[in-house]
Design a protein around this ligand. Structure first.
Ligand code: AMP
Length: 215
């Protein structure tokens, strides 16, 4: 059983690798960012609370995130493994995740820490585009859609996330460095961190991940 955490700064390519991982290993992807965006789109209370933080590139408060992940992990499709993308993002969230795993007699198999040189992140994010319908990710510089603005996978509309503009991105990166980067040490101590060089073509990044997770 694979219980995976994807770690890495905004722009490291977590979303792209997540798509490849869920396809190969047939486990659900749990992206807290996607869950918040769906709630914003649906106009829910949670979406309203999360939006002001997301627009500024700040983290949504821990108490809004942890229960949401606990509920999601309780769903049947997570019984044979899962991949967390964008959670945990603080040491508190990591400790809460450890508790959730303990309650179920489970553990996190691997934390994949995707590393990319800081100077490259802003350009990578500014070029990012996402499908509104199926969530497939593209990059206007490195992985464009065949037809401009149209998703190759489902034909949906491809757009730029509101928080992918340069100003917000700078804040997201500094929030990552101060609040999320300490998790590298946390999981190194726990003994399940694998560092992946994210500064390679996406297929090479993925084959390094497969080496860590096994065929
Ligand atoms: P992402 O799609 O993972 O880049 O997340 C987009 C935004 O959603 C982040 O900048 C945060 O505002 C919020 N967010 C997503 N996951 C979390 C989390 N685990 N803790 C706090 N905020 C989060």
């Amino acid at each position: 059983m694979l219980n995976i955490v994807l770690l890495g700064p905004p722009g490291a390519g977590k979303g792209t690798q997540a798509e490849l991982i869920v396809k190969k290993y047939n486990i659900p992807q749990i992206s807290t960012g996607d869950i918040f965006r769906a709630n914003i789109k649906g106009g829910t209370e949670l979406g309203k609370k999360a939006q002001s933080y997301m627009d500024k590139g700040e983290l949504v408060p821990d108490e809004l995130v942890v229960d949401l992940v606990r509920d999601r992990l309780n769903q049947d499709d997570c019984a044979d493994g899962f991949m967390l993308d964008g959670f945990p993002r603080t040491v508190f969230q990591a400790e809460e995740l450890d508790k959730m795993m303990k309650e179920r007699n489970l553990s996190i198999t691997k934390v994949l820490n995707i590393e990319v040189e800081a100077s490259k992140l802003i350009d990578r994010i500014a070029g990012r585009r996402v499908c509104r319908s199926c969530g497939a990710t593209y990059n206007i510089n490195t992985k464009p859609t065949a037809k401009e603005g149209i998703c190759d996978v489902c034909g949906g509309e491809v757009y730029q996330r509101a928080d992918d503009n340069r100003d917000t991105v700078e804040n997201r990166i500094s929030v990552y460095n101060s609040q999320t980067a300490p998790l590298v040490e946390y999981y190194t101590k726990a003994g399940n961190l694998a560092t992946i060089n994210g500064d390679q073509p996406m297929d090479s990044v993925f084959s390094d991940i497969v080496k860590v997770l096994g065929e």
